[in-house]
Design a protein around this ligand. Structure first.
Ligand code: ATP
Length: 240
């Protein structure tokens, strides 16, 4: 793998513990500019822990570089303004606020009013359903619509790297397809993506590379095509 300065995200030997439980062990993972990389693994493997540590929400040991800068131990809000956005599992939207207000909140650190307006329009073009429901309290939206708000809100921070934690969780198959298509569009517009997905088949079909995590360790990394055809991956994650 290339040296840190050519990489957008470069994680080396990352370790995270919850008290006596070691959730991440010597995790190394890289994302190159423009890439869509997926991370798959069983429940409890440590995928959310990894995304939260990258986003500055958990203390960790080891190194995390973003665009060549050491970001480990930096607070989450500072990482957002540097171009790193997390869409957490469970979404974390503001239920009492309207869709429009949620999108505005995503741009809280920005002052370019015209750019913000333009980006809200762009979010509505990616998710026309949100344009129809812009004044509706986000908490009253369906699960799929709430996921759209969470992704659209993250885009409002103008990320260079989007961390997505199981965006298709709990959604009907048609909506899963729609959300994953929009993620591919976002990536084609220049936003790099690190995607955690239970839906391994769909995720590997979108990604250029993938990592497999088991019990807090990266056990496999390869091109997405090779992982899709790897017998061990097929057995464990792709339904045989
Ligand atoms: P899932 O696919 O089910 O979301 P995951 O791969 O994202 O799983 P994590 O949520 O990162 O896994 O959890 C990794 C391990 O750390 C699990 O054993 C989990 O029980 C443990 N863990 C996670 N959060 C905490 C916490 N706040 N306190 C203690 N242990 C935790």
């Amino acid at each position: 793998m290339q040296n840190s300065s050519n990489l957008l995200l470069d994680i080396r030997d990352l370790e995270v513990s919850y008290g006596a439980i070691k959730a991440l062990r010597k995790v190394s993972l890289q994302v190159m500019p423009g890439e869509l990389v997926c991370l798959i693994g069983a429940n409890g493997a440590g995928k959310s822990t990894l995304l939260k540590s990258i986003a500055g929400l958990l203390p960790s040991q080891g190194s995390i570089h973003f665009s060549g800068q050491c970001i480990r131990s930096q607070p989450a809000h500072s990482l957002v303004s540097q171009g790193l956005a997390l869409v957490p599992e469970g979404r974390g939207i503001f239920g009492e606020m309207s869709v429009f207000e949620n999108l505005q909140m995503g741009a809280y650190h920005r002052h370019d009013k015209a750019g913000i307006k333009q980006d809200i329009e762009h979010a509505y073009s990616l998710f026309p359903r949100l344009a129809e429901r812009q004044q509706q309290p986000a908490g009253t939206l369906s699960g799929g619509e709430q996921q759209m708000v969470a992704i659209a809100r993250a885009l409002m921070s103008k990320p260079r790297l989007l961390l997505l934690d199981e965006p298709s969780m709990g959604l009907a198959p048609l909506l899963v397809k729609k959300i994953l298509e929009v993620i591919a569009t976002i990536n084609s517009e220049g936003v790099s993506v690190l995607l955690v997905e239970q839906n391994a088949n769909a995720a590997l079909s979108l990604a250029s590379r993938g990592y497999v995590m088991e019990h807090g360790e990266i056990t496999l990394q390869d091109s997405a095509q090779n992982l899709l055809h790897n017998p061990a991956v097929k057995d464990a994650y792709l339904g045989g």
